[in-house]
Design a protein around this ligand. Structure first.
Ligand code: HEM
Length: 455
């Protein structure tokens, strides 16, 4: 059996330099990929993950050999935070919870949320003064949070936005890659209070939904209601387990969409022809009314922009698993419990799979212009197999509605300034996406002071 190549000497130094120069762990991984190929091992004290790049290993880890891998690692902050949330469960517990949650995020349910996607976008963008410069990384987080809570929990988050802004951000920061990867038990001071505030909110909305159900005997078809109403063998889900799913949705369902929306606006802002084409399309297809699912489907250019943005900046750039038992991938032996990484970001930029991979080129996804379909598992922004993203349809329809509305209502100008990709919990454009916004439609903008203050 082959043994994993590892970095040392000059290439090791080059990888380190790339990481420091580009302020990105991904740059280091990219350099290792370049020097070592599609399978390699990182050898730091206490951190020795094996790394696989490419469709063959993606398919193996996500589908064919998935039983050999698990998600849950008790020492990881994501497990400490989400406890028994869908994202971090394995085996039967995962399959059962997924079956309960999945119907609430299917296409028919998502299509029913388009009005909310449209209205939540306006309730943030109406706060932009004409000609004002806004940071789209912040604004898109507000939009994504409002949308997630209004549709998946069926609550009005507006009155809570300012109070819970910091707790939400801190919950996301708590699970971002950091020194805990090398020292799992490293103290994490400074989170307790914020996480408790978020928990208090989640337990409160669960209690309120139970009380409303007890009073009316009625529940909606949003996820919170479905979890509150779920019965198995005569028993319901307890508050702790429901809290775990709600927090999972907040973390997995808004931070990713924030990153996609902010990067897509950055890509459009830095490619004026693409921005003009997307605006022309949005203004031809959409009106002041919330769009129908068919109208969103007609936004074919915007669709290719989103796909290309997800290729270049997959919000979850690196997939992670643990070997559940001794196993092998592409002939390489992996000891039980070893961390296994599959950087989606590197597969998406592999020159063996993509022409001119570093360029922003929406046309590569334009099937009407003869673009070819990428090989299976070469393009996996939403993962793959039985634990692919449960919110994939939601996220794509949401992104089209939100960006469609902004492109329809505003002229946008990206302000100059360096932007780099920061690998926190998701891959974010830092320090932000500053855009000047000019209203082109006649609706008078109204200022929403409560949501403006959050930035
Ligand atoms: C652009 C937006 C999004 C991207 C790129 C994205 C990406 C992903 C990826 C790659 C995975 C698989 C992780 C793995 O295999 O380790 C995943 C899982 C998940 N996503 Fe998303 N996601 C997005 C939006 C959403 C939304 C909007 C929701 C909820 C409404 C959501 C909820 C989840 C959950 C709960 C899981 C765990 C599924 C499971 O383990 O069965 N995501 N996501």
């Amino acid at each position: 059996m082959p043994s994993f190549p590892t970095l040392s000497g000059l290439p090791g130094l080059a990888a380190l330099r790339a990481m420091v120069r580009e302020r990105s762990i991904l740059a280091g991984l990219a350099a290792m990929h370049k020097y070592l190929g599609d399978a390699f091992q990182i050898t730091l004290p206490g951190f020795k993950p094996v790394v696989f790049v490419g469709p063959e290993s993606n398919r193996h880890i996500l589908v064919n050999g998935r039983e050999d891998f698990r998600w849950r690692t008790e020492s990881d902050p994501v497990v400490k935070l989400l406890r028994h949330g869908l994202l971090v469960e394995d085996g039967e517990d995962h399959a059962c919870m997924r079956a309960v949650m999945e119907p609430t995020l299917q296409r028919s349910a998502v299509n029913g949320h388009i009005d909310a996607f449209w209205a939540c976008t306006a309730s943030i963008s109406d706060g932009w003064a004409d000609g004002e410069t806004v940071d789209m990384l912040v604004e898109m987080r507000k939009v994504a949070l409002l949308i997630l809570t209004e549709t998946v929990f069926a609550v009005d988050f507006r009155p809570e936005m300012e109070r819970l802004w910091r707790p939400v951000i801190r919950s996301v920061e708590y699970i971002a890659p950091g020194p805990w990867l090398l020292w799992p038990d490293i103290p994490r001071p400074g989170y307790k209070k914020d996480l408790a505030v978020l928990d208090e909110y989640l337990y409160r909305i669960i209690r309120e939904r139970r009380a409303a159900y007890a009073q009316t005997g009625k529940l909606g078809d949003d996820l919170l209601s479905v979890l509150v109403g779920h019965q198995e063998n005569g028993e319901g889900l307890d508050d702790d387990l429901i809290r775990d799913q709600l927090l999972t949705m907040i973390v997995a369902g808004h931070d990713t969409s924030t990153a996609l929306l902010a990067w897509a606006l950055y890509m459009l802002g830095s490619h004026p022809e693409a921005l003009a084409a997307a605006q022309t399309e949005a203004r031809a297809v959409l009106s002041d009314e919330a769009p129908t699912p068919e109208q969103l489907k007609e936004l074919t250019f915007l669709d290719t922009v989103l796909k290309e943005t997800l290729r270049l900046y997959p919000p979850l750039p690196v997939g992670n698993r643990r070997a559940a038992q001794e196993t092998e991938v592409r002939g390489y032996p992996i000891p039980q419990d070893n961390r296994v990484m599959f950087p989606i970001y590197l597969t998406h930029r592999d020159p063996d799979l993509w022409d001119d991979p570093e360029s922003f080129c929406p046309a590569r996804f334009d099937r009407s212009q003869g673009a070819s379909t990428p090989p299976a598992f070469a393009y996996i922004p939403f993962g793959g197999g039985p634990r692919n993203c449960i919110g994939a349809t939601f996220a794509q329809v949401e992104a089209k509605a939100v960006l469609g509305r902004i492109l329809h209502d505003y002229d946008l100008q990206l302000l100059p300034g360096a932007v780099h990709s920061h690998m926190g919990t998701t891959l974010e454009p830092r320090p932000g996406v500053k855009m000047r916004v000019r209203r082109t439609t006649k609706n008078e903008p109204q200022r929403h002071e409560d949501t403006k203050k959050s930035s």
